[in-house]
Write a protein that binds this ligand. Structure first.
Ligand code: SF4
Ligand code: SF4
Ligand code: SF4
Length: 354
């Protein structure tokens, strides 16, 4: 029998070692959080997930407090909401939050909480413009807007613990804190490989995709799930499509095999499909060396007839197949089947080995 704790007066099961946040979610109670990142060590950095625990001297961060048997937890009290509202106000005043001009408008946890708590006016003085680090966008993919960063640390954990690229960290101290690359250099001169996972996990508009800027609000785009075309891993992606055109690509969070992760190609290199130079039909080389367009039937018939000629003249081992690393596993399987069973040779390889 699993152990239980009391969540808002209701006996709720939990797994030993589980934090309050996860156990509450499993019990159907969603506790808001800005910094919690599944799969990374809980930091309790944002304090938005604070809850009351009977007998505790102060509010506890639900993401980093383990549940104990019989523990009494309250997520919906006046004290909890007063604290959360104040933290949201602190966050809003720690920078410049003009939602209308922000790429994250409509997809921002801070905006959602500010709306939930009906915050229309800040009781704290906003950070002075001159004390805000300038926006960094000297690279082709990512915009880091420090005026919207709430220093939740999710991007750092995503980079270090999830992607294990170790390109960014928390830099400086106190009011001068900022997320930095090694040596605080621009991203294109750092260890960053532009996987974009930091952008994916940023809960606000501090990290955004440069190429997507101004192309579509979250409520204007249609999200279409697909498999990344670049390699055989089969990462699951969302194509954000507006007026028939891809404006952004993100990972599908709960899906295998990538669980929201993508590489630089999968996330950012989608423009090739709109390239004027893209080949759309097979090309057959003429005797004079020039190419001419052909139908698939014509091209495949030509390949098959040339294969037959070679086999007749020099035997099946005169042929070799190299399967493409961008193909699905199933296609690579069929390729070796074609070569071994139909053509009759074991000369089959895969270009990922080259
Ligand atoms: S980060 Fe969120 S709260 Fe801040 S301006 Fe952007 S949408 Fe608004
Ligand atoms: S950039 Fe985004 S994810 Fe990183 S610390 Fe700032 S708000 Fe958090
Ligand atoms: S793009 Fe990837 S490697 Fe670069 S900082 Fe973000 S998570 Fe790290």
């Amino acid at each position: 029998m699993s152990e239980t704790f009391i969540l808002n007066g209701k006996e709720t099961p939990f797994t030993p070692g589980q934090m309050i946040l996860e156990a509450a979610r499993n019990g159907g109670v969603d506790i808001p959080t800005m910094c919690y990142l599944k799969g990374a060590a809980p930091t309790g950095a944002c304090r938005i997930c604070c809850v009351e625990v009977k007998g505790a001297r102060s509010l506890m961060a639900a993401c980093s407090t383990p549940v104990a048997s019989g523990m009494e937890v309250f997520t919906d009290t006046e004290l909890v909401h007063r604290s959360r509202k104040m933290i949201v106000e602190f966050m809003l005043s720690s920078g410049r939050h003009n939602c209308l001009l922000c790429e994250a408008n409509g997809n921002c946890k801070l905006q959602d909480l500010a709306y939930f708590y009906k915050i229309t006016k800040l009781q704290f003085t906003e950070k002075d413009e001159k004390d805000i680090y300038p926006t960094e966008d000297q690279n082709p993919f990512i915009v880091r807007d420090f005026s919207r960063c709430i220093l939740c640390g999710r991007c750092v954990q995503a980079c270090n613990e999830v992607m294990v690229n170790r390109a960014i960290t928390q830099g400086y101290r106190g009011a001068e804190s900022k997320i930095v690359t090694g040596g605080d250099s621009p991203y294109n001169e750092s260890e960053c490989v532009f996987c974009g996972h930091c952008v994916e996990v940023c809960p606000v508009g501090a990290l955004t995709e440069k190429k997507a800027k101004g192309l579509g609000r979250p409520w204007e785009v249609q999200k279409i799930r697909t498999t990344c075309p670049y390699c055989g891993v089969g990462c699951q992606q969302w194509l954000h499509v507006k007026d028939g055109k891809i404006v952004k690509v993100t990972g599908v969070e709960e899906a295998e095999p990538n669980q929201g992760r993508l590489c630089v190609k999968g996330r950012f290199a989608y423009d090739f499909i709109y390239s004027e130079d893209r080949l759309k039909t097979p090309l057959i080389r003429k005797e004079d060396g020039e190419f001419r367009e052909a139908s698939w039937d014509e091209a495949l018939d030509l390949v098959a007839s040339r294969f037959k000629e070679i086999i007749q003249k020099d035997g099946p081992d005169a042929l070799a197949g190299v399967s493409c690393a961008r193909s699905l596993n199933e296609d690579s399987y069929q390729m070796q089947k074609l070569f071994r069973a139909v053509i009759g040779t074991n000369n089959i390889d895969h270009c990922a080995r080259t």
